[in-house]
Design a protein around this ligand. Structure first.
Ligand SMILES: CC(C)(COP(=O)(O)OP(=O)(O)OC[C@H]1O[C@@H](n2cnc3c(N)ncnc32)[C@H](O)[C@@H]1OP(=O)(O)O)[C@@H](O)C(=O)NCCC(=O)NCCS
Length: 217
């Protein structure tokens, strides 16, 4: 469970104390995790994966449990997910073979091309996040803040110095959350002309530098 002695991470909302953050995906929760990702990031996945009926099963198969953490409610429901990159692969580890299993051999190549721009690479010394999503019904109660605190904990466990994430221009509320947690905008990259396809124009890289004392920056 994550606790951080940082005012920023306490945030304005206090998550219920009986919500736990666990690494991995609990057995049987794969569908729920895939749906959370889909609900949060459908705009990005749709060009390559189509609608939810086709996209959710692909995400489900692509889940990499060793790069995922889940916020679990008292009844065992997955209320939020946090993904990160490890060894060059993301929490949604979309492989060409997976696309071939779900789509025709004619559409798989262009689908792979459309998904390619979503891939990112971690730099040395940093934990690069691959999505944070909270069930719409559970938002605004501090779960996102708690998942970010967990990301800091993961980075510390791995001896890393930074946590990095990307936030799109159409998501100012998420950006406000990251700023409140101490993330600093590094640079903004325009993604046009592909941006229109994915529903955003630019991505801002935000970084949190961890101090050696175990507190924030
Ligand atoms: C961004 C997200 C993970 C935040 O989770 P959360 O549990 O609502 O976060 P918290 O309760 O800890 O903090 C809420 C803060 O997040 C921000 N926020 C972003 N989206 C929000 C939403 N839909 N509802 C409530 N708060 C939201 C607000 O700035 C809010 O701050 P405030 O309480 O001072 O108004 C969640 O809204 C979500 O899953 N959004 C869809 C997916 C997404 O955009 N992920 C981020 C991609 S970069």
């Amino acid at each position: 469970m994550t606790t951080l002695n940082r005012p920023d991470f306490r945030g304005s909302a206090v998550p219920p104390p009986d919500v736990r953050v666990l690494d991995g995906v609990p057995p049987g929760a794969e569908e729920a995790v895939a749906r959370l990702y889909w609900t949060a990031f459908a705009r990005k996945f749709r060009p390559g994966l189509g609608d939810a009926e086709h996209g959710v099963p692909v995400l489900r198969e692509a889940l990499a449990a060793d790069r995922l953490s889940c916020a679990i409610g008292p009844d065992g429901t997955v209320l939020g997910v946090l993904g990160h990159y490890r060894a060059g692969r993301g929490a949604i580890d979309l492989r060409y073979q997976t696309l071939l299993r779900h789509f025709s051999p004619w559409s798989a190549p262009w689908r792979a091309l459309l998904l390619l721009p979503l891939h990112r690479e971690a730099r040395p010394g940093e934990l690069l996040l691959d999505g944070i999503a909270v069930d719409p019904a559970a938002r605004g109660r501090g779960l996102g803040t708690r998942l970010l605190a967990h990301a800091v904990e993961l980075a510390r466990q791995d001896g890393l110095r930074w946590v990095r994430l990307g936030v799109v221009d159409t998501n100012p509320r998420a950006r406000a959350l990251y700023e409140r947690c101490g993330f600093v905008a590094e640079r903004t990259q325009e993604v046009s002309p592909l941006g229109a396809l994915y529903g955003f124009r630019s991505v801002t890289e935000m970084t949190l530098e961890l101090s050696e004392q175990g507190e924030g920056t």
